[in-house]
Write a protein that binds this ligand. Structure first.
Ligand code: 13P
Ligand code: SF4
Length: 341
């Protein structure tokens, strides 16, 4: 831990954590309907680590943005059902222009995607023709089409290290991930001023108080978080690497600084270990009756019922014009190729 400040003295009385999830009989029925319909359609269900437990449990693959893109690139299913946010489903469509890609809720957006409109990016690129543009995958297809290479939090360091040394690097749209990658690589970059509305709510003081209650816990932080929070981390990594870290670490307790949907997989894959959700509010003010662990309002738009409905109706669908699909594919393929090295 790199902290130069000592923990605040007053520790929280309650532990921010999620109640265990036990599906009810109607939920189990719905899960069976999803599985049956998926088989009929020869569909594959890809779900992000932040999805609700019942969606994770019916998915064929649960993972981080990189793992999901890799799965989308190699699936032989006829239909891809993407349980995550819209830019992820779009990425699956870009990699599979001839397949049907559906998602439970078309409105599952992302604050990072919103922060970076394609016309503003184009204007900035025109100001410096020597820019080599690296985009975090959390952006629209239009933005992807303007870039040289895509990255995820799982491979951003590798992608930046592979960038041509004679070019000026422009990193969009997450300034916090970008700042962390600069720290890791020593490579200066111009950063777009976007952020994840959910991760920037984690604060140093609140985390220090939690650490005072759990002095043996390892602190695992997503790089979309603020620097003041990353500085307290034992590990800074993507959601998939968080799971690997907790599985292999000899520690028994972990403070998890990311969206709380990940706790479901952590509990399943690391039995006997304890996971404490970092709160996005001051732990001293925590209400007695609920946990208010961090949740992404976009990821949580997806429900099992909406998943069943989209499998029934084959709607909403991701549809993009062919030239855009073609142009946006190049930087994603470049990312997959560099990642596999
Ligand atoms: P990863 O799961 O790729 O680490 O990304 C987190 C995230 O915020 C996705 O929107
Ligand atoms: Fe976007 Fe943040 Fe939600 Fe991820 S957690 S989808 S970065 S708003």
């Amino acid at each position: 831990m790199n902290s130069t400040l000592s923990p605040l003295p007053d520790a929280p009385a309650r532990v921010p954590t999620l109640p265990p999830s036990t599906p009810s009989a109607p939920t189990l029925e719905l899960m069976q309907e999803v599985r049956d319909r998926k088989r009929e359609l020869n569909a594959v269900i890809l779900a992000h680590n932040y999805q609700v437990p019942e969606i994770q449990d019916v998915a064929d693959f649960v993972g981080d943005s990189l793992g999901l893109a890799q799965q989308a690139a190699q699936t032989d299913a006829d239909v891809i059902v993407f349980c995550g946010v819209h830019f992820m489903a779009e990425t699956a469509k870009i990699l599979n222009p001839d397949k049907l890609v559906i998602l439970p809720d078309r409105n599952a957006g992302c604050s990072l995607e919103e922060s970076c409109p394609a016309d503003k990016l184009r204007a900035l690129q025109q100001a410096n023709p020597n820019f080599y543009t690296i985009a975090y995958i959390n952006c629209s297809a239009e933005v992807k089409a303007l870039t040289d290479v895509i990255c995820t939090s799982g491979n951003a360091v590798k992608i930046v290290e592979a960038a041509p040394p004679d070019r000026d690097l422009l990193f969009v749209p997450d300034e916090n991930l970008g700042a962390w990658v600069m720290e890791q690589t020593g490579r200066p970059m111009t950063l777009w001023r976007g952020n994840c509305y959910a991760h920037v709510e984690f604060r140093r003081d609140s985390l220090l108080r939690l650490q005072a209650s759990f002095p043996d816990a390892k602190v695992v932080v997503h790089p979309e978080s603020l620097r003041e929070v990353r500085e307290l981390a034992d590990a800074v990594c993507s959601t998939e690497k968080m799971i690997a870290y907790c599985r292999t670490s000899p520690a028994r307790q972990f403070i998890i600084v990311t969206e709380s949907g990940i706790i479901h997989r952590l509990r399943k894959e690391c039995p006997g270990k304890e996971f404490i959700c970092a709160p996005t509010y001051d732990v001293m003010q925590m209400p007695a009756d609920n946990c208010r662990c961090s949740q992404c309002k976009f990821m949580k738009l997806n429900t099992l019922e909406k998943l069943r409905n989209c499998l029934r109706q084959l709607h909403p669908r991701v549809e993009l014009p062919a030239p855009l699909l073609q142009r946006a594919r190049l930087p994603i393929e470049r990312m997959l190729e560099i990642s596999a090295r």
